[in-house]
Design a binder for this molecule. Structure first.
Ligand code: NIG
Ligand code: FE
Length: 405
């Protein structure tokens, strides 16, 4: 990973989206020692304040580096065949119950070595980076044995050493019931609680613990056991909840102080209130909604009314969202869920960082790490409006220009 740049750099006359709002005037931004050191309307900028600074860019739109707060980027194989089956009318749940779906990726991932998983995952990571990502969360969940889950997490950590990007890892041992535990789900949950979570915590391989709370996943009671174990090991909590039905998984997660509840198409008002009270972020995953051709919309209006922070993520995974283009997610969040472009962009920057417990990221403000994107567009809303690769002019990580065109 490149070290922090100690030089002083200036971006001049840029339109700034600061992670929450678009600033009114063209701005000049000073970066020093890897952090944002100053931010002025260009008309008020005084050269003396940035003595010795080199001009790194001029014009365009400057945003925080994008934060993709929910991905399953590490896996082997693909599920193009299931995509065709679903187009012929077989449902995601039917495929899962027949031993396909997540379990098909589990078979391929268990058979792959760490190096093979790196080779399979790097092109997907590179696609995210080319679209402006500077922080990515990566889940396990296709191993489902202690060794294979740790293998996935190790691969995720190694990806963060191979590329200039922050990787946050999440243990998703409770993603599906592996075939060797058929009929013994509670025993598998014990394995997650008593062995996987302690091992991942001891090796520093997981920042958080996630569950799939669903009829084809795990029950709220089983998820609660997992949350207790996660808490006992000091790990943050997340949930895949209310994706295909309403089991109250989001409210349960909120009760345990979860950072986020993700998917939430079937969330009801009581669930929204629970998220609001706990300060849990609602992570919207329009890619999965789109690919599964879902019709149940997440309760956006209620989330707004209760002031629940909304993040947007790619959910990049081989089944429900084989899409590694975060700016497309901004577009889908607007077209499918009717977010405003501002909400969508905030959802991929400041709110996404919040969903990872990283309040220092996803903002352009003095003191924040200088993870930035400079885009060849006129105004921030264009990132959600047009779907177009190649608009990224620079990607800045820790104050260093790590990609420039
Ligand atoms: O976020 N819902 C469960 N997990 C993933 C899908 C995983 C898969 O199908 O491989 C999701 O949609
Ligand atoms: Fe997911």
């Amino acid at each position: 990973m490149p070290t922090q740049s100690t030089s002083k750099q200036l971006w001049r006359d840029v339109q700034v989206f600061d992670g929450l709002v678009q600033l009114d005037e063209a701005m000049t931004v000073l970066v020093e020692d890897g952090r944002i050191a100053g931010l002025w309307p260009s008309g008020e900028f005084n050269e003396a304040r940035a003595e010795g600074a080199a001009c790194a860019g001029r014009g365009g739109v400057l945003t925080p580096g994008l934060v993709d707060c929910h991905t399953h980027l590490v896996y082997a194989g693909n599920r193009a065949g299931e995509f065709e089956q679903r187009l012929e009318g077989v449902s995601y749940e039917e495929i899962a119950r027949a031993g396909g779906g997540i379990l098909s990726s589990v078979r391929a991932t268990r058979a792959a070595s760490e190096d093979e998983l790196i080779a399979a995952s790097l092109p997907r990571l590179d696609a995210l980076l080319a679209d402006g990502v500077t922080t990515v969360e990566i889940k396990s969940g296709y191993g489902l044995t202690v060794a294979d889950e740790l293998k996935m997490l190790r691969v995720a950590r190694r990806l963060g050493e191979l590329r200039p990007v922050r990787v946050i890892t999440t243990l998703l041992g409770a993603h599906a019931l592996p075939p060797e535990y058929a009929g013994r789900a509670d025993d598998y949950v014990s394995l997650v609680c008593d062995e996987m979570i302690p091992a991942a915590a001891a090796e520093g391989l997981a920042d958080a613990v996630d569950v799939f709370c669903e009829g084809i996943g795990f029950s709220p009671a089983q998820c609660e056991r997992i949350y207790q174990a996660a808490k006992a090991h000091g790990l943050a909590i997340k949930a895949h909840a209310e994706q295909l039905s309403n089991l109250g998984g989001s409210a349960l997660a909120a009760r345990y102080g979860a950072l986020s509840a993700d998917h939430i198409e079937y969330l009801d008002e009581a669930g929204v209130r629970a998220l609001a009270e706990a300060g849990t972020v609602a992570v919207l995953l329009p890619g999965a909604f789109h690919v599964l051709r879902e019709t149940q919309l997440p309760p956006i209006e209620l989330l707004r009314r209760y002031d629940v922070p909304m993040a947007v993520a790619s959910d990049a995974n081989p089944g429900t969202s084989p899409i590694c283009m975060p700016t497309l997610m901004a577009n889908l969040a607007c077209t499918l869920f009717r977010l405003t472009p501002r909400e969508a962009l905030s959802g991929m920057t400041a709110q996404a960082a919040r969903a990872l417990g990283r309040l220092d990221l996803g903002r352009i403000e003095v003191g924040a790490p200088a993870d930035l994107c400079l885009w060849d567009i006129q105004q921030p809303a264009e990132l959600a409006y047009a779907v177009q690769a190649g608009r990224l002019r620079q990607r800045v990580f820790n104050g260093e220009v790590v990609y420039a065109r």
